[in-house]
Design a protein around this ligand. Structure first.
Ligand SMILES: [Mg+2]
Length: 292
């Protein structure tokens, strides 16, 4: 008699969460073990990222990470299902989130806020039908200027999420203006509902400011160990304020010889909620390790 196998959904950010493109070292076994986990028949992987589809495909090739079953791209504004190499966008999601902006385009929103101090439009490739993205100075007066932007949108009946994060490599602030319904968290919940994944079988992972809402809400979550101390403190405060501290696991390393950074932190966090998953990657014969 074998027990019924639980479907598992792992939702992970890419840059500096699954991808080891931060300043901390990566444990050598972490990515091979993540590939083994993703290959298990009952495990589905969704990438949840600010990247658009082409940049996700670049990352898959460059870092030898698995092709996911789902992509929540453009900071939650697009959802794709990937089957047999074909990427299919879910039109229901675009319809759902488009209602937040009252049918207005990103250009129409930009015209309302372009004169706000310190805003510099990002490159066209980083814009999307439901994503308006700016650079800001690192020391931008966030509380005042985000409030100003919010007021201008409110006056036009536009329901937008304003998500600011810091690119630690360049020291540049990044501001994404998104439909209110288009958060990473809501996209994951939409995916869970449509595909029948349970709360207990779903774990999400991230590292930075634009992951915080996803990590401190009602989903089982893990913050990887390479997150900055500011992000750790913000995440702890947000989760505890919401009474959801038990749903935020902070990877600490010293776990099966790994340091808790990047994919090691994902494995550690998934194992915190779903201990049986260790058996899906701990046997060395499951690992494909390429020589450098
Ligand atoms: Mg990240």
């Amino acid at each position: 008699m074998s027990e019924p196998i639980q479907p598992i959904l792992i939702c992970t950010d890419l840059d500096r969460t699954l991808l080891p493109n931060g300043s901390q070292p990566e444990s050598p076994l972490a990515r091979p073990r993540f590939r083994a986990l993703a290959a298990a028949p009952n495990v589905s992987v969704a990438y949840v990222t600010g990247r658009h589809r082409e940049l996700v495909m670049d990352a898959i090739a460059e870092y030898d990470i698995p092709v996911p079953e789902f992509l929540i791209g453009d900071v939650g504004t697009s959802i794709y299902r990937i089957q047999d190499g074909t990427w299919t966008r879910w039109p229901e999601w675009a319809k759902h989130i488009g209602e937040s902006w009252g049918g207005k385009t990103p250009d129409a929103l930009a015209a309302l806020i372009d004169d706000v101090d310190g805003l510099l439009l990002q490159e066209p490739a980083k814009q999307g039908p439901f994503k308006l993205s700016y650079y800001t100075p690192q020391d931008w007066d966030r509380p005042a200027l985000l409030a100003e932007i919010g007021q201008r949108f409110d006056a036009q009946g536009i329901d937008a999420n304003l998500i600011w994060s810091l690119d630690e490599h360049t020291g540049t602030g990044l501001l994404d203006v998104l439909p209110a319904a288009a958060s990473k968290q809501h996209a994951i919940e939409f995916l869970m509902a449509r595909q029948g994944f349970s709360h207990e079988g779903t774990v999400c992972a991230g590292d930075s400011g634009n992951d915080l809402a996803m990590l401190t809400g009602p989903l089982q979550a893990v913050l990887v160990a390479n997150a900055t101390s500011d992000v750790r403190a913000d995440a702890t405060a947000l989760a505890e304020t919401a009474g959801l501290g038990h749903l935020l696991y902070q990877a600490r390393g010293d776990f099966h010889g790994m340091n808790g950074c990047y994919s090691a932190g994902i494995l550690e966090g998934v194992a915190h909620y779903l201990p049986d998953t260790v058996g899906l990657w701990s046997d060395p014969s499951l690992l494909r390790i390429e020589p450098d």
